[in-house]
Ligand binder design. Sequence first.
Ligand code: TYD
Length: 214
Amino acid sequence: MKGLFITFEGLDGTGKSTQLRRAVQYLRKCGHRVRVTREPGGTRTGEQVREILLASKTGKLAPLAELALMYAARAQLLEQVIRPALTRGEVVVSDRYNTASFAYQGYGRELGVATVRAFDRVVCGPTQPDLTIILDLDPERARVRARGDAVRRSRLDRIEAQGLAFHKRVRAGYLALARRAPERIKVVRADQSIGEMQRQIRALIDRLVSRHKE
Ligand code: TYD
């Protein structure tokens, strides 16, 4: 049986990594073989591309160059990691995937959905997530939380360093994408407790897994 593909999305500072970790623990406890990955990155080449994308010394990148690099890293990840794992019947859980390109480059950088879709058709094709969980939070609050993390890591990456207007477009983009594909893309409010978010995410995963078994 083909595996399942679950992706986590949202602005930095929404608690995405914590929830992803908990979801992975849960899936493993339920007996699934889980392959965890992240974007941009997840392969040796992809991590090098990530460095270009996120290092502040890269400076200004043409939006289309940024989009193309995201999809370059994704193409590598699909071939090396995602497609083989799905073929083996594993559950792939990714910290971001193509919905991030629609939200950040399509809406944030204002390239538009059609341009991102053109890349997506070629690179991802039919390998689309079965479930995408967007953790949604007001960008100002997300920013405060992300800054806290960044101070601990003593750096803000090139994309996190964008202004509030950019992050507002990204958030609106995520919500618009969820409205367009309500069956696949689910929004979980990130202004709730960690435990409550975890409960809602488990319910979404349970539903997906039981549908997959039918
Ligand atoms: P992330 O790994 O979540 O950052 P961190 O390690 O700080 O938690 O994501 C890195 C950044 O890349 C994030 O700001 C979102 C951005 N991004 C895009 O702009 N487009 C994309 O397609 C992807 C996958 C990420």
